[in-house]
Ligand binder design. Sequence first.
Ligand SMILES: Cc1cc2nc3c(=O)[nH]c(=O)nc-3n(C[C@H](O)[C@H](O)[C@H](O)COP(=O)(O)OP(=O)(O)OC[C@H]3O[C@@H](n4cnc5c(N)ncnc54)[C@H](O)[C@@H]3O)c2cc1C
Length: 271
Amino acid sequence: MDNLYQPIETQVLDIITETPTIKTLVLKPPHPIPFRSGQFMQLTLFGIGEAPFTPSSSPHELDTMEITILKAGHLTEVVHDLKPGDRVGLRGPFGKGYPMKKFEGKEILVVGGGVGLAPLRALLYALFHDLNKYPKISIKYGARNPSELSFRQQYEEWQKLKNVDFECTVDRGHAQWEGKVGLVTELLENTGIDLTNAYAVSCGPEIMLKFVTLKLLSVGFKPEQIYLSMNRKMSCGMGLCGRCNIGPYYLCKDGPDMNYAKIQVYPDVFG
Ligand SMILES: Cc1cc2nc3c(=O)[nH]c(=O)nc-3n(C[C@H](O)[C@H](O)[C@H](O)COP(=O)(O)OP(=O)(O)OC[C@H]3O[C@@H](n4cnc5c(N)ncnc54)[C@H](O)[C@@H]3O)c2cc1C
C-alpha cells in the first residue's frame, strides 16, 4: 500500500442482492489488492464518506473483490443505491487478519450471525483453499428469518466439501421454512468438535458475540481458543485516532479479530 490515506478508485462491476437488507458489491480495482482473510478495507463513497468493511471474497482471487454490506444507516443506504459502472474508493487492507498458521491442523468452528457471515466467508474461502490442513470445519449460521440468510445458494456446495459441515437456523420461521428455528447458540450444544484441538471463530452483532462466547465457554472451549470479530465503530483504521480501543488494543490495528483471552478482562468487550 503506497499511501494509506489515498483511496484507490475502483469500479463497481456488479451488485448481488443477497437479502432484502444485504447487497454484495463486486468491485474491479485497477490492480489486485492483496489481503488476508479478516483484514478490512475502508470503502469510500466520494463526497459522502467512508466506512470499514471486510471483503467477503477469497483472498486467493484478487481480480475482483467482493464486499457484502448490510443497510445500516447513512453511508450504507447510499451503497445500496449504487449501480454497476459507478465508482467507489478503497483504502487498505487494515488489521491483522486471522492467524491462519495457528489454525493449521485444528478443527475450526465458524459461527456467524446475520451479515457477520460475510467477513467469515473470506475466512471460509481461505480454509477451503487448503482443505487438507484442517481436520474439520464446522459452520453454524443464524439469521433473523429465512429471507435474511445470506449466500443461501452456496450452502449445498459447502456441505459437499470434505470434512465441512454447515448448519443454519433462523429466529423466526414461516409456513414454508422446514429448517431449524432458534438462536445460533442452540447449534453449539453438540458440535462434535474435538475441544482439545480446536479454534472457534465468530462474527456477528455484539449481543450475539456475547452469548456465543458464553456458550462456547460453557461447552468447554477455553478463552484462548475463541476469536471474535470486534466490528466496532472505527475511523482512521491505522491506530491513530483512538476510536476503537478495548483496553490497550486498537481493534483496527490489533484486530479486528481478537483472541478472547486477550480482551476478556475489559468490561466493555461486548459494548
Ligand atoms: C472492521 C469492520 C468490518 C466491518 N465489516 C462489515 C461488513 O463486511 N459488512 C457490513 O455490512 N458491515 C460491516 N461493518 C459495519 C459497518 O462498518 C457499519 O455498518 C457502517 O459503518 C455503518 O455506516 P452507516 O453510515 O451506513 O451507518 P450510520 O448512519 O453511521 O449508523 C447506523 C447505525 O449503525 C450503527 N453502526 C455504525 N457503525 C457500526 C459498526 N461499525 N458496527 C456496528 N454498528 C454500527 C450505528 O450505531 C447506528 O445505529 C464492519 C465494521 C468494522 C469496524
